[in-house]
Ligand binder design. Sequence first.
Ligand SMILES: Nc1nc2c(ncn2[C@@H]2O[C@H](COP(=O)(O)OP(=O)(O)OP(=O)(O)O)[C@@H](O)[C@H]2O)c(=O)[nH]1
Length: 278
Amino acid sequence: MPRYAQLVLGPAGSGKSTYCSSMVKHGEVVKRTINVVNLDPAAEHFDYPVFADVRELIEIDDAMDDQALRFGPNGGLIFCMEYFERNLEWLQEQLGDGEDDYFLFDCPGQIELYTHVPIMRRVVNQLQNWNFRVCGVFLVDAQFCVEQSKFLSGMLTALSSMIQLEIPFIHVLSKVDLLSKRDKKRLKKFVDPDVYQLASSEISNSFLGRYGQLNKAIASVIYDYSLVKFYTLDMSKEDSITDLLGEIDLCMQYGEDFDVKEPKEVENNESEDFHDDE
Ligand SMILES: Nc1nc2c(ncn2[C@@H]2O[C@H](COP(=O)(O)OP(=O)(O)OP(=O)(O)O)[C@@H](O)[C@H]2O)c(=O)[nH]1
């Protein structure tokens, strides 16, 4: 029987630990055991019961306090993660060899770990060798996504991680409870998928036409191939968590969201205007 793993990713402060904590609580309600492994050597606070903690292997202070290494926080984190990757038998021992287990991996927020350093890719490969079905859950703070160009930028960050890790991905907009009614409405338009129109509107709105053109070109690739789909999560609502877990289960079973779809037929996009409600 396979085992299941969510790799919980996203920029610093996007809500990864809070997400893990909410999932564990939800698991308790629906009688599903969800274990969390902290993979952040610099973690200070989290309030979930930790199944395994990378800080038992190495902590950020081990790298930063070393007078020979003299790392700052970012270099120190990469050093720790490289050390972790060279010692994956520690993780194997912690995870044991159960069947049908469900794990969340609460990952560090340094985005370079997923976009151009191969460490996490190797961790994923090893998890797959241990019979895990792995799904990336990429969190982006919704407050940073209510403007068109920022939304697109969030998509690109998520996309670059997805390309590096080559696993099914679900993209989650977190902290939606902090949005005003007006921003929730704006966000809904971006999430419902016509990113192409979204970028088209940028051209007319932006005084920097060149960037508008670039946004449009990028958005057309993302949209036409259905590369990134965001899920809006309200952690205070059980229904929202249940729906998301259902999507993730599907993703793990069939890897659906990772399939690159045939490009959609797009007709006359140039003439279709995206009308903002402002
Ligand atoms: N209102 C609200 N606050 C949230 C939500 N998710 C996270 N927060 C808050 O945002 C802050 C950062 O959340 P964390 O869960 O620590 O974020 P993180 O991604 O694990 O942070 P790093 O490990 O530092 O990268 C905390 O103060 C949380 O309480 C949410 O859905 N709603």
